[in-house]
Design a protein around this ligand. Sequence first.
Ligand SMILES: Nc1ncnc2c1ncn2[C@@H]1O[C@H](COP(=O)(O)OP(=O)(O)O)[C@@H](O)[C@H]1O
Ligand SMILES: C=C(OP(=O)(O)O)C(=O)O
Ligand SMILES: [Mn+2]
Length: 609
Amino acid sequence: MIITSLATRRLGLQGAKATVMCSLSTTTQSSIYWTSPSKKSPLQKALNTATTLDIDHDVESRDSYNVSQTLQGTDACAKVGIDKIGITNPTTIYRNMNYKQIFEHEQANSEGDVAKAEYGDTFAVSTGKFTGRSPKDKFVVFNPGTQSAENMDWNDVNLKTTPEVFDELNEKAVNYFNTLDKAYVFDCYVGASPHSRKKIRFIHEMAWQQHFCTNMFIRPVDPEELDDFEPDFTVINACAEKVEDWERHGLNSETAVVFNIEKGKAVIFGTWYGGENKKGIFSLMNYLLPLSDPPQLPMHCSANVGKDDDVCLFFGLSGTGKTTLSADPHRSLIGDDEHGWDEEGVYNFEGGCYAKTINLSEETEPDIYRAIHTDALLENVMIDPNSKIPDYSDTSMTENGRVSYPIFHIDGYHKEQMAGHPKNIIFLSADAFGVLPPVAKLSSGEAMYHFLSGYTAKVAGTERGVKEPSATFSTCFGAAFMTLHPTVYADLLQKKLDTHGTNCYLVNSGWAGGPYGEGERMSIKTTRTCIDAILDGSIENADFRRDPIFGFNVPVSLDGVKPEVLDIRSTWSSPEAYDQQAKKLGEMYTENFKQYEGKGSIDYTKFGP
Ligand SMILES: Nc1ncnc2c1ncn2[C@@H]1O[C@H](COP(=O)(O)OP(=O)(O)O)[C@@H](O)[C@H]1O
Ligand SMILES: C=C(OP(=O)(O)O)C(=O)O
Ligand SMILES: [Mn+2]
């Protein structure tokens, strides 16, 4: 193992991690962190020995990111190593462009527009027809006889396809890149912890897609890191191509996002939505981490840490407030969307954030608003054609307008991207029925019940076809990204909650005063005030009432929140209508939970309505 100067720097900075890194350097690392499961896939074998580099998290400006290489000539592909997967034609490869180059390429390729955001110029792109994820087009290869064939939770978000279909699609993607003279390659990491980090390679045709990945993934900052970069996983994103013969392949449409775990590859066709790049790799981590030894818990949550090193996680389905609520001027942001929890604590998978821009204002979301400056990338945000000023309230393109930016755009972000075990966990449920209280305290059994249930709303736009908030049970608060059975994640979480005595709460970041259409979305201010009471511990001093349907404890009063807001029933004009709706929701929970009865190591049924 190479202990780079960066690693050495961290030895001084971070005692615990550093010791582990040292021991890694002198012993055979695989026996410590990745003792082999009986049947190891080639990818996992690669991962077991992949911890040889360190990441400098001390990156605070665009200038720190400059490892860019331009490779030219008939051997350009070979120099980067993409000839090994069949891409040989391009004679110019731009690899890990720095931000300045990215900006120049985006403009030269006419990929979008320069937008005049209040805190500095940014680039703005429109992704055409696909402005949200396309879950019905996501497939995973069923390779008979392999570990993934056995372990994958084959369901309607992990749709099966065959090795043969994958090979054809892979060939199609490769052939497509072989019609081009130039291509972009971005080599990066997912996972801030050196024990479980994976090396990912993205191959793109468009500079802005590289921009997205540069913002979102962990950027190598030392040119040496690219010297022998052998990706654990390669994504060939041929987003401009469509799969015309999708019916023959048994796909759902001309769009396809297909993963082959054993081959360490994914191909993307037909969708330009930036989120497919990141959420696809998240799904991969959700597969790999629980199967590692010791198993680690991947989580669809944001995370921040307070001055006393108290870590808080915010679980929530897309659009429920992970990014908004974790950006808190009094706390340091660890990450806004995807984290792992291992023996030492939590760590970010990513190197940036992907915020929703709908109705974004400096008043309600100051940190995010101010993070939109040079190098941020606006996606499907309306830009005034004359002034070039973004209009976040204009949803004519989509309600899923987005901005990506590197994490150092958030003031006071947590540089290490790793922290200790969480003191608090908040489940963000955006309740479209307006039934759940703004905040409730959960016992550990209740926490597990709600984690498995994942009751929330799908908000408009994040997935294709979702036009208004619709109630859903999205297990682990991210069903679309869970590749193993939900009880695998639940069992891991339960052990961690027990070991670390983490407090759990349910927060309704959705509707009050009635269901969607009648009531209104809870104000960000109310939600934040409830969260502040959790973070400063004052909620523990409140008087609680037991909810008659859901059983959890609801605070009767909290500083800064009107008691009538805490009592959600009283926000409805008709309390009887509330009772009916609450009863109905309780029944929906019960019905949904039947699938988990007798599954996993503990049956949590009794902790629900
Ligand atoms: N009470 C609330 N809590 C959190 N977000 C809210 C609330 N009310 C409205 N919102 C809006 O909902 C969206 C939450 O999105 P975001 O934080 O990006 O979700 P996630 O990161 O979980 O996908 C933002 O557009 C935010 O302005
Ligand atoms: C990017 C997405 O969601 P989130 O806001 O959770 O990152 C998504 O679901 O496509
Ligand atoms: Mn988010």
